[in-house]
Write a protein that binds this ligand. Structure first.
Ligand SMILES: Cc1cc2nc3c(=O)[nH]c(=O)nc-3n(C[C@H](O)[C@H](O)[C@H](O)COP(=O)(O)O)c2cc1C
Length: 196
């Protein structure tokens, strides 16, 4: 099986669709704004994700500018504030963990992860960059986004925008920007049994 060396030194087999290695999470964004149409298509991608019993437990609340954006920016931790406030859009991601009957949705986080990845891949296909952030005030996110904590769990934030160049950002911020390492496939996938 041949291998292709993609940009950022991501090495993948020739059989792998390029979308999986071409997506990566940069911290560099230009000042370009996203159009409403671009934003709609990103969430359209997310809403096609598979989910248990097709319950679609993901929730995305987003802000681009104005008071909403100021509120969303304030949810980020210090390290993420340094770069993510420049992105055209911030999305707060929640998973519905309790359904209408009050039962817990066991796969809510898994399903929401699938929706985020769909959004990220679509963004990359559109020449946009995404970077998820767990470094946020999980509690403040409920208030910032007007989401009831009884039904939802805060997952993360996502910065979305037009990718900039790393030269434009502070070297300290750029640090840890590119993560090309992955665990070997034979350490994550096992035929038949993990222990023996
Ligand atoms: C749920 C989640 C939380 C993350 N939290 C942060 C964060 O708080 N700050 C940050 O700079 N990057 C964060 N990242 C980005 C990861 O560090 C990045 O995805 C990982 O290093 C792999 O790099 P890649 O996305 O470029 O393939 C997060 C990613 C995910 C999926």
């Amino acid at each position: 099986m041949g291998e292709t060396n993609f940009r950022n030194a991501r090495v993948a087999s020739d059989l792998l669709d390029r979308m999986f290695v071409e997506r990566w999470s940069s911290k560099a964004f230009t000042d370009d704004r996203l159009s409403e149409q671009q934003i709609d298509v990103l969430f359209e991608a997310a809403h096609w994700a598979p989910s248990s019993s097709n319950r679609q437990p993901w929730l995305f609340v987003y802000a681009t500018d104005g008071p909403d954006r100021v509120r969303f920016n304030s949810v980020l931790n210090e390290g993420n504030t340094l770069w993510a406030t420049r992105a055209s859009m911030l999305v707060l991601v929640f998973a519905r963990v309790v359904d209408e009957e009050g039962s817990s949705i066991r796969t809510a986080h898994f399903d929401t992860g699938a929706a985020w990845m769909s959004l990220a891949l679509q963004a990359n296909r559109m020449g946009l960059n995404t970077r998820a952030m767990g470094g946020i005030d999980l509690d403040a996110a409920y208030t910032a986004a007007g989401v009831p904590r009884e039904e939802f769990q805060t997952i993360c934030a996502i910065a979305v925008g037009v990718p900039g160049t790393l030269d434009d950002i502070d070297p300290d911020i750029a640090k840890g920007n590119i993560a090309n390492d992955r665990n070997p496939i034979n350490e994550i996938a096992f035929p038949g049994s993990y222990l023996e």
